[in-house]
Design a protein around this ligand. Structure first.
Ligand code: FAD
Length: 316
């Protein structure tokens, strides 16, 4: 939030990126290779996503199945520290409710403060692959607001153990998620915005949006938030389209619409290289327009496609 306030004074638009921890077994170099081309744009901060454990059924040699629990992308907290050391840039770890008890969450937050990380994006997390709907951990939080309140408590020196009164206060700057096209479970936009306002009233410093491909939806969302008295910065989340398949997967996974003009351009493409060019142009146009309209930050979901984003930002 300090970066945003400083940039506002100078009338600047910041750039930030979201990256994923490498798959377990890959090593952090894979992540650095992904990030290196993006660092020349001097991002104000880097977000690192958080991933829960999933159950899988694996086949035994005798043909029977065993249930295994695995976390495919661990290490968010330490990756944030490693990125800070390597690139000298602030990091924002995501923290989710799903799959974690409140005690584990408190330990993760303490861990972050030891590492010198004082930003966090608090989220509920999605249902695990083996669940049809989100099921909270038996000793965990149900909604992002509950996790947010835990972070606010720690910022006030209130730990889970009552005897730790007057303990060291943490200093987390807290972000939350917002959905210009509504969260898929919310019955309507009105209800979704009421819960978003509750998160802000409970102490969220800023909102980062789900990806969108039509800026009009972002502007309408910002207007609706402001009309409800949500006055914190609303950071637009952007992602380039890069394959034809995404015309069906993105709406399904993220509950968003893709504008017909973009779909038509993608459908005309002969191969994914051409789709990437369309993706780059669309991202560039979205970014130019948002910048012109004074957004605080352009936040890019890199998701394995840093070169498209780098090409677009170079031309911005
Ligand atoms: P919430 O704010 O808890 O909202 C979830 C739903 O419940 C909404 O429909 C809301 O309207 C409703 N609701 C909220 N509060 C209440 C209440 N008190 N009572 C009743 N209903 C309520 N997922 C990951 O697993 N890891 C990540 O790193 C990650 N990063 C993300 C980053 C961004 C910018 C975004 C937008 C999403 C990210 N997600 C991530 C996905 C996110 O976890 C899912 O979208 C999840 O389904 C909702 O999370 P939330 O924090 O918005 O939940």
């Amino acid at each position: 939030i300090e970066h945003i306030n400083r940039a506002k004074e100078k009338n600047e638009t910041l750039i930030s990126f979201e990256v994923l921890p490498p798959l377990k077994g890959k090593g952090i170099e894979a992540l650095y290779e992904h990030m290196d081309p993006l660092m020349e744009f001097h991002p104000a901060y880097i977000n690192v996503t958080y991933h829960r454990s999933e159950h899988e059924f694996r086949k035994n040699p005798d043909g029977s199945f065993k249930k295994v629990t695995i976390r495919k992308r661990p290490g968010t907290e330490s990756i944030c520290a490693a990125i800070m050391n390597k690139y000298n840039v602030d990091t924002v770890p995501h923290l989710i409710c799903g799959g974690f008890s409140i005690t584990e969450t408190e330990d993760a937050l303490i861990n972050l403060q030891y590492l010198g990380i004082d930003n966090v994006l608090v989220l509920r997390g999605d249902a695990a692959k083996h669940e049809t709907a989100f099921i909270p951990h038996p000793d965990g939080h149900r909604y992002a607001i509950d996790l947010l309140k835990q972070v606010v408590n720690l910022n006030n020196g209130i730990y889970l153990e009552e005897e730790l009164i007057n303990s060291r206060k943490t200093s987390f700057c807290i972000g939350v998620a917002g959905y210009p096209e509504k969260h898929f479970e919310a019955p309507n936009m009105e209800t979704d915005l009421a819960y978003l306002k509750a998160k802000v009233d409970a102490g969220a410093d800023y909102i980062v949006t789900q990806m969108f491909f039509d800026n009009a939806k972002y502007y309408a969302f910002v207007d609706a938030c402001r009309a409800k008295g949500i006055n914190v910065p609303i950071i637009p989340g952007l992602k380039p389209i890069s394959t034809k398949k995404q015309l069906t997967t993105l709406p399904k996974v993220f509950s968003i619409d893709l504008p017909s003009e973009l779909c038509n351009e993608v459908l005309k493409c002969k191969n994914n290289e051409d789709v990437e060019k369309v993706g780059e142009e669309w991202l560039l146009e979205q970014s130019r327009d948002l910048k012109k309209n004074g957004v605080p930050v352009l936040h890019y979901y890199t998701l394995g496609k840093p070169h498209i984003i780098a090409n677009a930002i170079k031309r911005l």
